[in-house]
Design a protein around this ligand. Sequence first.
Ligand SMILES: *Cc1c(COP(=O)(O)O)cnc(C)c1O
Length: 388
Amino acid sequence: MDNQEFYRGTWAEVDLDAIEQNVKSFKKYVSNEVSVMAVVKANGYGHGAVAVAQKALRAGAEYLAVAILDEAIALREAGIEAPILVLGWVPPIYAEVAARNGITLTVFQEKWLEEAASILGKTLLNIHLKIDTGMGRLGIKEEDEAKQLIECLATHSSFYVEGFYTHFATADEPGNPFIEIQIDKFEKLASFLKENGLQPKWVHLGNSAGSIRVPKRIGNLIRLGISMYGLSPSQEMKSIQPFKLNAAFRLYSQVVHVKKMMAGEPISYGSTYHTSEGEWIGTIPIGYADGWIRKLSDAYVLVNGERAPIVGRICMDQFMVRLPSKIEVGTKVTLIGKEGSEEITIDDIAERLETINYEIPCMIGPRVPRLFKEYGEKKGVMNTILKK
Ligand SMILES: *Cc1c(COP(=O)(O)O)cnc(C)c1O
């Protein structure tokens, strides 16, 4: 587990039970023949890749996916033995490193195969062939490219083609028919590859949104990312979400200083805020260097179940809030999460920042420790004295 000691009063709580529930809900929703690949790139969307991967595997996921080889190796170093697919392009000179670590790579270029083959020799590398059906990012697009790959694969014994896949561009737009066009294109190219002798174990098309929208047409594996973390792929998808998602990420801090202000006193850099007579101002030890960016200077946090607006500019490591009343130093503050009847969600923060929810937990930096909650128990040691 990623848990380690930390000495600050700011932390993210990651609810591993929520991850488990979400994986199980997806498994139930798709047919029995469809397996789950847990996407844990970018440190598990900021939640903690190792802990999330372990939990997802225990909940029934069979495969893991990351964006870069380094992330895959970090999972191996943490003792994870499950198959791992790297979704991005890996420089072919590292093909042997991948093979040695039992890591599966994404492949779609003939030249890549040639270079990798010269490095691999007799070492066998597991690969998934990527087909670009409309994302315009990675993958082969045409039959003649497929033909070249097939010919190249036939001349080398270094590769085992374990999978075919593609990625949707508009799966999170429920009314958009482009997903069907992508599926048709994929099926055509996949059939061509199969007719030419490739019989992969895995065929996968769906991200979270695709798996929800077309569960019968996404092959035998889903690449489950955002919704494993309990978030909807888009606002529009919420209205067709067939089962409950459980958000796993919360962000907490504490009040480290409290003072009563007189009328007209300035707060923070630039003196952009001036207090009114008798205002209680609290200082919270998290700032833009932690990913709580300056654009959030008009947001609020929750203190004792009440909203406390951020006042003045957010600093690198701290910001100030206007407290509902005098409170004690050490009182817990919720930046993302629930307190009584009030809740601040990742979607709220994303909307405020005019971005997508994916970006929010990724933004919360490595200086913020992740505390894992499992079976109601919080694992990890916090040495800061927290009053509440
Ligand atoms: C990130 C990623 C996913 C996961 O997508 P979600 O929308 O988070 O479910 C799936 N496939 C590929 C290729 C990705 O890059």
